[in-house]
Write a protein that binds this ligand. Structure first.
Ligand code: NAP
Length: 344
């Protein structure tokens, strides 16, 4: 147990980060969470408060600082008294912007800002939230059908979207920084596939909105598309376990339970909520291409229609002793949260 170690967690207001805050506190760490505006700190505190272990004194163990990925202000001050950095903040929109730099600049510049400030403050341990998006736009070597940590998205691929490019370039920038300017910094990246699982409060972003959209009945049919899924509680656990696992220094670690087609996701939801209008018929690819002309969220999946992305979790199991929550359960618990809280 790492008593008294203090972790600076960037983007503490995020869906995944709130779970990380909770896990850090319950593992005995003190947490300084960065938010863009300090008032969001109260939201994070309220989200974790019902779940912290007895004995965790939130007044002592959790405080907040205001930091923006696009501004230099405050970073050096924020690193004072910090033992370890966990960098999760990065723009994660459901729809891709017209100008890819709206995502790339904060992702890359923000990562470098965080790492440089940590390095100046003498912080030697960093865990970075990257993504399967930094892995999946790669061509697998002949004879291998499963993605692993050796695969890297090609940022110049003609089918890469702005988000995947932002995550690829940000992770590359982090590894390059450590290699060239901070060789004594121990970096680990956690690369999750699509993250599901109940949020800690109603302020959640990106991936939960996929389930929200399926439950909303908005779409008449389901695209021939799928992604690996992983539970948010496992992703948080991996971040925290990595902090005290020297074997993970210098390593990328994929976070994944299993791949599910969207048809499988909607079938699970329909079984869970038979009375709800949930699309269960598969849309022909030409229709999705047509809908993509009007819907930016649909447009970004077009290059990957019909592609199966199987992903190895061998490293996570071996180095972090992970046993993953089954994707079906994550999905059902996400849906139950949304329905119980009348969010759909
Ligand atoms: P999220 O809820 O949207 O969290 C993103 C966080 O980044 C928020 O705290 C957000 O702050 C912060 N942020 C964005 N732009 C910022 C800026 N310019 N300055 C400061 N902070 C900024 O999404 P999430 O799913 O938890 O994602 C967290 C991390 O996991 C991201 O790095 C994402 O790429 C990665 N990831 C997510 C998934 C997934 O399926 N959810 C999968 C793989 C990787 P505000 O609250 O102020 O907007």
């Amino acid at each position: 147990m790492a008593q008294n170690k203090t972790v600076l967690l960037t983007g503490a207001s995020g869906y995944i980060a709130k779970h990380i805050v909770l896990n850090l506190l319950n593992a005995g760490y003190d947490v300084v969470g960065s938010v863009r505006t300090l008032s969001r700190g109260d939201e994070v505190r309220a989200a974790v408060a019902p779940h912290v272990n007895d004995g965790v004194d939130l007044d002592k163990s959790l405080r907040f600082v205001a930091l923006d990925l696009g501004k230099d202000d405050g970073w050096d001050d924020a690193m004072q008294g910090i033992d370890m950095l966990m960098h999760t903040a990065s723009p994660f929109p459901l729809k891709q912007p017209r100008d890819e730099n709206e995502l790339i600049r904060p992702a890359v510049d923000g990562t470098l800002r965080a790492l440089r400030a940590a390095h100046r403050a003498g912080i030697k341990r960093v865990v970075l939230t990257s993504s399967f998006a930094a892995v999946m736009k790669a061509s697998l070597p002949k004879g291998r059908a499963i993605f692993d940590e050796s695969d890297w998205s090609d940022p110049n691929s003609p089918t890469i979207d702005a988000y995947a490019k932002s995550k690829t370039l940000a992770e590359r920038a982090a590894w390059d920084f450590v290699r060239d300017e901070a060789p004594d910094m121990a970096l680990t990246t956690i690369n999750p596939v699509m993250v599901l699982g109940p949020p800690l409060d109603v302020h959640f972003g990106g991936s939960v909105q996929v389930v929200e959209r399926m439950l909303s009945g908005k779409d008449p049919m389901v695209p021939n598309y799928g992604l690996g899924c992983v539970d948010v509680r496992d992703v948080a656990q991996m971040h925290v376990r990595a902090l005290s696992a020297p074997a993970t220094h210098g390593k990328r670690i994929l976070a994944v339970d299993s791949f599910l087609w969207f048809m499988e996701l909607t079938a699970i939801l329909k079984k869970q909520f038979p009375k709800r209008r949930i699309a269960t018929r598969q849309a022909p690819d030409f229709l999705i291409r047509l809908m993509g002309m009007f819907d930016a969220a649909i447009r970004q999946i077009i290059p990957d229609l019909g592609k199966r992305f199987d992903v190895s979790n061998a490293r996570a199991r071996e180095m972090l002793n992970m046993e993953f929550i089954p994707a079906e359960r994550s999905l059902q618990e996400t849906a139950a949260y949304l329905v119980e809280n009348k969010l759909v």
